[in-house]
Design a protein around this ligand. Structure first.
Ligand code: FMN
Length: 186
């Protein structure tokens, strides 16, 4: 697939078929991830692949509870509070797989490196007919000692990009983009 088509066609997917994502597909996504640029070519990222639905359910419940306990009380948080309080809401949308991209805590550009790797995962997944979504609501909990322990992450790792992957039921609706604010200087 042409890179421009991948960039403009990729959409966050929140509705998946029950079809599993095979090991080879996951490997191809991770191979794409490691082709991302990284600061000083440090490549200090690690990939945790979770397909155990019971574990994803447990992490979802813990992440919702963690967020509910830590959300500030302001109007912007209220819309999150409603869905987080819904027992039927699973933050991973029952996707068949989660790829969590983590980095080494001491790496100075850990977030940038992992986010670039994540974008490669999402674009290549789209090119392969797979759907993805970055699940930011998982990050707070996964960063706690309990969250790291749930996935066996060493304390020195920082979970940055939890990306769900699966086969979309239907093509997600396009999401409008704002006009970019561009200042041409000079
Ligand atoms: C850092 C980050 C965190 C996100 N967290 C969530 C999330 O927790 N749950 C969710 O459904 N979508 C999440 N998204 C997806 C965004 O809602 C989505 O990218 C945005 O609405 C634009 O839609 P598109 O990806 O289809 O272009 C997140 C995206 C990013 C980049």
């Amino acid at each position: 697939m042409d890179v421009n088509d991948a960039i403009s066609g990729r959409r966050s997917t929140r509705d998946f078929t029950a079809q599993a994502v095979d090991d080879q597909s996951i490997r191809r996504l991770i191979d794409a991830a490691v082709h991302a640029p990284s600061a000083s070519n440090g490549q200090e990222w690690t990939f945790t692949v979770v397909r155990d639905q019971g574990l994803l359910d447990r992490i979802s419940e813990a992440a919702k509870a963690h967020l509910l306990a830590t959300l500030p009380s302001d109007p912007r948080s209220d819309r999150y509070r409603t869905s987080l309080s819904d027992p039927d809401f699973q933050i991973f949308y029952h996707a068949p797989a989660l790829i969590l991209i983590s980095g080494i805590a001491q790496a100075p550009w850990v977030v940038e490196d992992c986010a670039l790797a994540a974008e490669n995962v999402m674009l290549v997944a789209y090119g392969e007919g797979l759907g993805t979504c970055w699940i930011g609501v998982a990050q707070g909990y996964l960063t706690t000692p309990e969250g790291k322990s749930a996935l066996g992450l060493p304390a020195t790792w920082v979970p940055v990009a939890p990306i769900i992957v699966g086969h979309p039921t239907t093509a997600p609706r396009p999401v409008a983009r704002k006009e970019p604010e561009i200042r041409w200087v000079g």
